[in-house]
Ligand binder design. Structure first.
Ligand code: ASP
Length: 588
């Protein structure tokens, strides 16, 4: 070893020891007769010091020539510091340096390697290896590591076995576009990268490995956001001989274990469960943030039939009651109106009712509704004097969506979305299928292997849109942490499902024949789920961006700006792969 200790482990008990440390020069302070260096490695920072008169002049000379991020090896004596820094574990000591050896020089880094850096996102990503030296980024990766270790410990105890599945496969139907890889040995043919190991884990159930898991990379070619990356990681699981409850209990157990081990948060009660239908009705979202109330109340019966066209023509009149905001100014209400009218939400307007502290009621629809009528609205919400009722009307789905956003906005404004409060929730009974207007066909809401609820199977022929699935999501603080389903394990039902989804028998056979064939060899009842591992880490770390928890993430255009990928390949490679590129890349 080139060192006797790390930069994070020496303390007052070590005083008097002769030590050798290695690391990066974070900062040099030259105060005339005294020179200090902050030496950093993965474990922390240790202060080095030299003093004119008592230290070797040659060593002081070397120290003065060091630059930021130089890699050095240093030898010295651990001594008690005069002015201590009790904020860091090594803050009571410093090293009185007797030798310094430069192991490597460094160019001046393009941004400061400090907790609060001056580097913008793009620059930090280009030099990600420097960004990764920063303590907050390192802590995120350490958190990720612990989450992975603890997950493995828990699942191992529960007799799950981690099995790797291939990365060069063919299309998996998780609803996104595939990334594809041309095959040199099979000209004209392509592999697809797995959107998830879905079909393989089901095949493992057929093979008898009744508890499988894998912490695994998945690939989806879709538009990117803060919580999406083209390649991301799942804790992917599958179990045989189970019912929905068994899966929910097992993975609720994993979630509680992780919270307890890593966040020291213990949930005494079972996680609440809510049907998809209720989630949509009460929160306008299939991933409600239940850290706070402000549940939706539907007002069709109170709002319609009073000659107010906006309500009369609406598919739904629905509102929320915001506590203590009756004194919102005109300007604040205008802001909220603009918020719901923005193109992504598309509401036509916002109706408000102020339930004033003196008990009077004032609204933006006083022309159409008298005070008694508005009082009955307030009663519907169980509103208290001082509350503000906000109402939207229009198309059912769009209105729910807009009111969901408004509810989250108000929750945020009122400080009700506390980052250190965790409110988990199972959303269950998702619809099996969703209708797509544009292509005029049904799509699997989860994926085509999800089983309908047995009691709804009779609806498949006549009203497929009404069939509920044995599918579930785990939602925490409004973030979808994961989801899964009980699977179809019967060949005929699976065939029927493919046909409802618009596959001909030949297409289904060509794409998923291997799975349906496997179902003919004793497929056990099975089901599973997958947690988005990056999202889980971000939630634990208190961030909205999964990028912060990925060592080498891609930017919003799917680029790795550090290695400059994707990139064009040589004519030779194209020829070998029998590929011809017709697209002319813009000159850089
Ligand atoms: N494969 C699914 C997904 O990636 C999870 C599951 O159904 O187990 O969302």
């Amino acid at each position: 070893m080139l060192r006797t200790h790390t930069c994070g482990e020496l303390n007052i008990q070590s005083a008097g020891q002769e030590v050798i440390l290695t690391g990066w020069v974070q900062r040099i302070r030259d105060k005339g007769g005294l020179v200090w260096i902050d030496l950093r490695d993965r474990y922390g920072i240790t202060q080095l010091m030299m003093e004119e008169g008592t230290s070797d002049p040659a060593v002081i000379e070397t120290a003065k020539e060091l630059g930021r991020e130089f890699v050095i090896q240093t030898k010295g004596l651990v001594i008690e510091r005069v002015s201590k820094n009790l904020k860091i574990p090594t803050g009571e000591i410093e090293i009185k340096v007797s030798e310094i050896k430069v192991l490597n020089k460094s160019k001046l880094p393009p941004f400061t390697i400090e907790d609060n850096t001056d580097g913008g996102e793009e620059l930090r990503m280009k030099y990600r290896y420097l960004d990764l030296r920063r303590t907050p980024v390192r802590r995120n990766l350490e958190l990720r590591h612990r989450m992975a270790i603890e997950t493995r410990i828990y699942l191992d105890k529960q007799k799950f076995i981690e099995i790797e599945t291939p990365v060069l496969i063919k299309s998996t139907p998780e609803g996104a576009r595939d990334f594809v890889v041309p095959s040199r040995m099979n000209p004209g043919e392509f592999y697809a990268l797995p959107q998830s190991p879905q079909t393989f884990k089901q095949l493992l159930m057929v093979a008898g490995y009744d508890r499988y898991y894998q912490i695994v990379k998945c690939f989806r070619d879709e538009d990117l956001r803060a919580d999406r990356q083209p390649e991301f990681t799942q804790i992917d699981c599958e179990m045989a001989f189970v019912e929905q409850n068994d899966i929910l209990n097992t993975f609720e157990g994993l979630t509680k274990y992780l919270f307890s081990r890593i966040k020291e948060v213990d949930f005494a009660d079972p996680f609440p469960r809510m049907s998809y239908a209720d989630a949509m009705k009460q929160y306008g979202s299939d991933k409600p943030d239940i850290r706070f109330g402000m549940k939706f109340e539907e007002l069709d019966d109170l709002g319609k039939g009073r000659d107010f066209k906006v309500f009369d023509d609406a598919g739904l009149v629905v509102g929320i009651c915001v506590p203590g905001c009756a004194d919102y100014t005109r300007k604040q209400l205008d802001e909220l109106t603009e918020f719901v009218k923005k193109p992504q939400l598309g509401a036509k307007g916002l109706v408000y009712i102020r339930f004033n502290l003196d008990g009077t009621i004032k609204s933006s629809v006083d022309k159409f509704f008298n005070e008694t009528e508005l009082k009955s609205w307030a009663e519907r919400f169980n509103a208290q004097p001082g509350d503000l009722i906000l109402v939207l009307a229009g198309d059912i789905n769009l209105t729910r969506k807009a009111l969901n956003e408004l509810r989250l906005e108000m929750g945020g404004r009122l400080g009700l979305r506390k980052p250190d409060t965790y409110a988990p929730l199972w959303v269950v009974d998702f619809p099996l299928l969703e209708w797509d207007q544009d292509t005029a066909r049904f799509y699997a809401m989860h994926h085509p292997f999800t089983s309908p609820k047995p009691e709804d199977i009779h609806l498949l022929a006549g009203s497929p849109g009404e069939v509920r699935a044995n599918a579930y999501d785990l939602v925490i603080n409004g973030v979808e942490i994961g989801g899964g389903s009980i699977r179809i394990h019967d060949k005929e039902l699976q065939k029927n499902m493919f046909s409802i989804l618009g596959f001909t028998d030949e297409q289904a056979q060509a794409q998923f024949g291997f799975l349906m064939n496997a179902f003919e060899f004793g497929a056990p009842p099975h089901g599973g789920l997958a947690f988005g591992f990056d999202r889980f880490c971000a939630l634990f770390g208190g961030s909205d961006s999964i990028r912060d928890y990925i060592a080498f993430p891609k930017n919003n255009s799917g680029r790795d700006v550090m290695i400059d990928s994707p990139a064009i390949i040589s004519d030779e490679q194209l020829k070998e792969l029998n590929l011809k590129v017709t697209f002319e890349p813009a000159k850089k």
